[in-house]
Design a protein around this ligand. Structure first.
Ligand SMILES: CC(C)(COP(=O)(O)OP(=O)(O)OC[C@H]1O[C@@H](n2cnc3c(N)ncnc32)[C@H](O)[C@@H]1OP(=O)(O)O)[C@@H](O)C(=O)NCCC(=O)NCCSC(=O)CC(=O)O
Length: 273
């Protein structure tokens, strides 16, 4: 097992966009796969230990901390969206949405994009913080929430060191969705009167996102199984992993949508505001 080298991980964070050494960063992430699994397991255990510890205690207020957290992660998601999306339009314009974005071109990102993509991968561990707010504030902790955080981080650690335009396209779409979701959470944490329709729109956006990932998978399967040449840079095992994960997310979010907004006219918290 390789040694944990936080200094090395941090060195890439402070490197900046210019000449970002993407292959070194990818190697470092690959060398830390076991540590990533340990962090994910530690997250799982500490979340449920903390939940148990809080069972007879008053919920913590944490309003200001939650606002600051949501503001930071909103700014990160918005800036990363711009940094990652604008150069990607060139791939799409040149080679089309499927080939240019999903199948093979996106692996050849600029060094600036590579830098932001590295931050995006690390942010999936930082986003574990969301759950600690839920537990300490004694809000309902649903399976979808912790499963999604754990699986997404491990999926990123597995895919990032490998060439995969499909994975990179997924990350870029996801950060754009987070650029809407976190400002929504920020507004909620400020106790602003957010109309119920906004929550529905955010959940719909998440569902469209998972659907777009699944359409990407179908395209890969079609090319792999029915055409003579397979030009995409994701191995079929990578595509299978992506299909499994995104199908599970799609089903869980569809269930969330159904229970929150449709059954008995939807939950009150989304109606009253
Ligand atoms: C509309 C949603 C974005 C959020 O649904 P929720 O039911 O969580 O929304 P809500 O408005 O009722 O807010 C719930 C409570 O959480 C508080 N809250 C504020 N900021 C938060 C944060 N960063 N993390 C967790 N909770 C937070 C709110 O103030 C509110 O508290 P109070 O009740 O005190 O006002 C939905 O689409 C969704 O994603 N639901 C799944 C739940 C979830 O955990 N989602 C985030 C990770 S999934 C993800 O990130 C998917 C992806 O990658 O696209």
């Amino acid at each position: 097992m390789n040694k944990l080298d936080l200094q090395q991980i941090w060195r890439f964070v402070t490197y900046g966009e210019n000449g970002f050494p993407a292959s070194e960063a990818q190697k470092t992430v690959r060398n830390h796969t076991v540590f990533a699994a340990i962090i994910t397991l530690a997250y799982f255990i500490s979340v449920f230990l903390l939940k148990f510890f809080m069972r007879n205690r008053e919920p913590l207020k944490l309003d200001r901390a939650l606002q600051v957290w949501n503001l930071i992660i909103s700014i990160f998601s918005i800036v990363a969206s711009f940094k990652l999306w604008f150069p990607s339009f060139e791939f799409i314009r040149r080679d089309g949405f499927m080939v240019g974005f999903q199948c093979k071109s996106l692996s050849k990102m600029s060094t600036s994009q590579e830098y932001w993509f590295y931050l995006l991968v690390l942010s999936k561990a930082v986003e574990f913080i969301d759950t600690f707010f839920i537990v300490l504030r004694k809000k309902p902790l649903i399976f979808l929430h912790w499963y999604h955080h754990m699986a997404t981080f491990m999926f990123c650690v597995y895919q990032y060191p490998l060439p995969s335009s499909q994975f990179r396209a997924g990350g870029i779409i996801n950060v754009a969705v987070h650029a809407v979701m976190y400002p929504y959470y920020f507004a909620r944490s400020l106790h602003l009167r957010v109309p119920g329709i906004v929550a529905k729109l955010v959940t719909s956006l998440q569902l469209v996102q998972f659907l777009s990932f699944l359409i990407g998978s179908i395209y890969h399967y079609y090319v792999y199984y029915f055409l003579d040449v397979y030009p995409c840079d994701s191995s079929i095992i990578q595509v299978h992993t992506s299909t499994f994960l995104n199908s599970s997310y799609f089903l869980l979010f569809a269930n969330f949508f159904f229970k929150s907004y449709i059954v008995k006219g939807g939950k009150n918290k989304y109606k009253s505001e």
